[in-house]
Design a protein around this ligand. Structure first.
Ligand SMILES: [Zn+2]
Length: 250
């Protein structure tokens, strides 16, 4: 599947290697783990293809990395799931299922929200000050994106239920998915580094703006980029999933 994704330019070569490593760990932990990962990967790839040209055009001046995902992007989204799969492989303890399902639900909620929001959503508003921001801006929210966010978390929770991982883990995945995606949005709107083009003055996440001029740090924590925000969201998603599953009864 990683080779196919590389051929289809959904992943870079390094991204495909990282995905293959995560996929192997998942399948080693059990077919349910593999099914969860494939469900996330297939739906995310499909959603990223829909409205591809419109999205690329709308977000080109803002997003740092478009199109194919590299190893860093794969690892910040799927690394926690892989750690959980390894933990489950070694201990067979259900706590690792909660961690893995939460991390994957957070990734699904965020990916679905981004892909649907930049495709069908109108002009997003910042989660921080509710001002209009260009499509693709981290922390931007649209109605379509928010509905997709809830659907993404719910889809993973439903799959966890169908795989018979139990009620506690289903609710854990739903809660973790929502918490992770909300954290992603809020961090993206507040602490994430925002850069400004030295040429035209537009806000961007790119080091070199699409107009050709360089950008410089404008606000947020320098170096706290989209990848680190995604990693933080993944940790929060798995943590909340674990806590909720524990409260209901693992
Ligand atoms: Zn510019």
């Amino acid at each position: 599947m990683a080779i196919a994704a590389r051929r289809a330019r959904s992943l870079t070569t390094s991204g495909a290697l990282a995905a293959a490593a995560i996929g192997s760990l998942a399948v080693a932990a059990g077919w349910a783990w593999g099914a969860l990962l494939i469900a996330y990967f297939a739906t995310s790839t499909l959603l990223s293809r829909l409205g591809g040209e419109r999205k690329a055009r709308r977000t080109a001046s803002v997003v740092e990395k478009g199109g194919a995902r590299d190893a860093t992007q794969v690892l910040v989204n799927g690394g926690m799931f892989a750690v959980a799969a390894a933990g489950y492989l070694l201990t067979m303890h259900p706590v690792w299922r909660a961690v893995g399902a939460g991390a994957l639900a957070a990734a699904a909620a965020d990916t679905w929200a981004t892909e649907v929001g930049t495709w069908l959503g109108g002009t997003p508003r910042s989660a921080w000050n509710w001002r209009r921001v260009p499509p693709g801006t981290s922390g931007g929210m649209t109605t379509a994106g928010t509905i997709a966010m809830v659907a993404g978390a719910a889809a993973i929770a439903l799959l966890v239920h169908l795989l018979q991982w139990g009620r506690a883990l289903s609710w854990g995945a739903a809660a973790g998915g929502l918490a992770g995606a909300v954290a992603d949005t809020v961090l993206g709107a507040t602490l994430q580094e925002r850069r400004r083009c030295l040429g035209c003055g537009d806000y961007t996440e790119r080091l070199v703006h699409s107009c050709g001029s360089r950008s410089r740090h404008a606000r947020g924590i320098p170096g706290f980029n989209n990848d680190l925000v995604n990693l933080a969201a993944s940790l929060i998603g798995s943590g909340v999933a674990y806590k909720v599953a524990e409260l209901i009864g693992l």
